[in-house]
Design a protein around this ligand. Structure first.
Ligand SMILES: Cc1cc2nc3c(=O)[nH]c(=O)nc-3n(C[C@H](O)[C@H](O)[C@H](O)COP(=O)(O)OP(=O)(O)OC[C@H]3O[C@@H](n4cnc5c(N)ncnc54)[C@H](O)[C@@H]3O)c2cc1C
Length: 467
């Protein structure tokens, strides 16, 4: 490996890939470094049927490698500035809308058969109205569904584009960032070597959020604590939400839970999908998530309900808090926990035979039947139960005994690096993009954030006459 590049991009997820695509256009010498495996070698032993429970791979094959967490993601491209991250606060709504179009077009270059879901306005208005009656704020949006099975075609396309133009180092961990006199100088790798660079983009995703946290401490970078998102994934027969998902694909719903006045929301709806586990090696915890294939449909639909919790100042460890709750669930279940809503409400644990008697067949086979109320704080549980009750107005059946609850789902991006409108940190030449820096929460905005950082670097380098 050369020991000098114009730009080092840490992470080959959507943020890193889109940054690299942009940087090479200006002929810059770019290295993309990722600790995970190349696309074709990425594997989850549990999903591949090689193990009966999460194998605790480090790094996790679901979250790390070419394509980042996007490789096995559901591939829902949310074509709206309303959700999917906080990029608007840095670049403004108008620029964000332009970037969304640009990113969508890039994805469609390799996936032009991807269906677009845009609800019929009168149907959407009806759902919004019904939801409002139950205290729900339904946000209609345009969404494309690439599907977990098709995502790899697109990611392969991006790889082929970059091959020969950027240096790509997989299975290589960046351990530190070196800065001197207020400017970035390069990065250090797991084997102790140093790679010099005039600019570095940190794009390590949620899986890298704890590393970003340590880095911020080491480099004295200011961070903002943002609400930690903790919740459960719900699974139910697909027909209960079919009317809505056929039109919306994913319906985004916000709710102010009455008892605690907390903000609660639906997240990552996967019609006819599967519940999956992911291993967060930094925290040694197994959490749940969901995805769905375009060509292989299950009988179930799943989505998460997340509680965004603001804490009293000073609260400096949102990721640690989320990991602690996940650890409790793991302690009880050895991994993910599963419980029927009816059992939870009746104050009893679920057992394998109770789950088998239920109307919803679990798609995550290795989740351990138990009692989620031993793991999730009362406040979170109460918020979630209140939202499920309200959701019954638009998805009749969901508040019944046969809905399955999987625990826990935690979003480890609850710490935001302080960056300017170019996504540059107070250290000159050190930029941050994507989910790991708390800037985004989804494929489209993480990809767009990579472009923003890359364009700022290109401009700065042109101004210095270096390219
Ligand atoms: C199962 C699942 C389903 C999802 N479904 C959707 C969906 O339908 N729609 C949607 O919009 N979003 C979805 N998401 C979220 C989406 O995948 C992320 O928002 C997106 O991938 C974030 O991109 P990123 O580039 O910021 O980070 P990531 O994609 O997480 O990539 C970060 C990369 O950095 C690497 N890395 C981390 N630390 C280091 C280090 N120190 N050294 C070297 N490399 C490092 C990691 O290995 C990883 O490959 C899903 C996520 C999962 C897990």
């Amino acid at each position: 490996m050369s020991d000098r590049f114009d730009v080092v991009v840490v992470g080959a997820g959507p943020a890193g890939i889109f940054a690299a695509r942009e940087l090479v256009k200006s002929g810059l010498d770019v290295a993309v470094i990722d600790k995970g495996k190349p696309l074709g070698e990425r594997l989850c032993p549990l999903k591949a049927g090689m193990t009966s429970s999460c194998a605790h791979c480090n790094p996790c094959g679901v979250l790390s490698g070419w394509g980042g967490a996007g490789a096995f993601s559901d591939g829902k491209l949310t074509l709206t500035p309303e959700f999917g991250g906080n990029l608007e606060r840095y670049v403004g709504r108008e620029r964000l809308c332009t970037l969304i179009e640009e990113v969508d077009a890039a994805y469609m270059r390799y996936g032009d058969d991807t269906p677009l879901y845009e609800p019929d306005p009168s149907f959407a208005a009806e759902v919004v109205k019904k939801g409002r009656g139950a205290g729900l704020q339904v946000i209609p949006a345009k969404i494309r569904h690439v599907g977990t099975d098709k995502s790899s075609f697109i990611l392969r396309g991006f790889y082929d584009e970059l091959e020969g133009k950027a240096a790509m180092f997989m299975e290589t961990e960046v351990t530190g960032v070196v800065a001197e006199g207020g400017s970035v100088k390069g990065v250090t790798l797991g084997d102790g070597s140093f790679i010099a660079a005039q600019a570095v983009i940190l794009a390590p995703g949620r899986v890298g959020a704890p590393w970003v946290e340590r880095l911020a401490k080491d480099l004295g970078l200011p961070v903002d604590s943002i609400p930690v998102d903790v919740g459960l994934r719900l699974e139910m027969p697909a027909e209960w939400s079919e009317a809505i998902t056929q039109q919306f694909y994913e319906v985004k719903v916000l709710f102010d839970a009455p008892t605690f006045d907390d903000k609660v929301r639906t997240f990552c709806m996967c019609p006819h999908g599967e519940v999956v586990t992911e291993y967060q090696s930094e925290w040694d915890v197994v959490t749940v998530n969901g995805h769905s294939y375009r060509d292989h449909k299950t009988d179930n639909t799943n989505f998460a309900i997340l509680v965004s919790t603001e804490f009293t100042e000073p609260f400096r460890d949102p990721n640690g808090y989320g990991a602690h709750i996940a650890r409790l669930a793991n302690m009880l279940g050895g991994g993910a926990l599963i419980q029927r809503l009816g059992d939870l409400k009746a104050g009893r644990r679920s057992t394998r035979s109770r789950i088998e008697r239920g109307l919803t067949r679990p798609t995550l086979k290795d989740a351990e039947p138990g009692d989620i109320s031993f793991a999730l704080p009362y406040r979170h549980l109460k918020d979630i139960l209140e939202m499920v009750n309200a959701l019954d107005a638009i998805m009749p059946g969901i508040d019944g005994p046969h809905t399955l609850l999987y625990g826990v789902e935690v979003k480890f991006y609850s710490l935001r690096l302080s960056v300017n409108g170019d996504l540059q940190t107070p250290i000159r030449g050190l930029y941050a993009a994507g989910d790991g820096a708390g800037i985004t929460r989804g494929l489209i905005q993480s990809s767009a954030s990579g472009i923003v950082a890359a364009r700022a670097i290109t401009q700065a380098m042109k101004a210095k006459g270096l390219s």
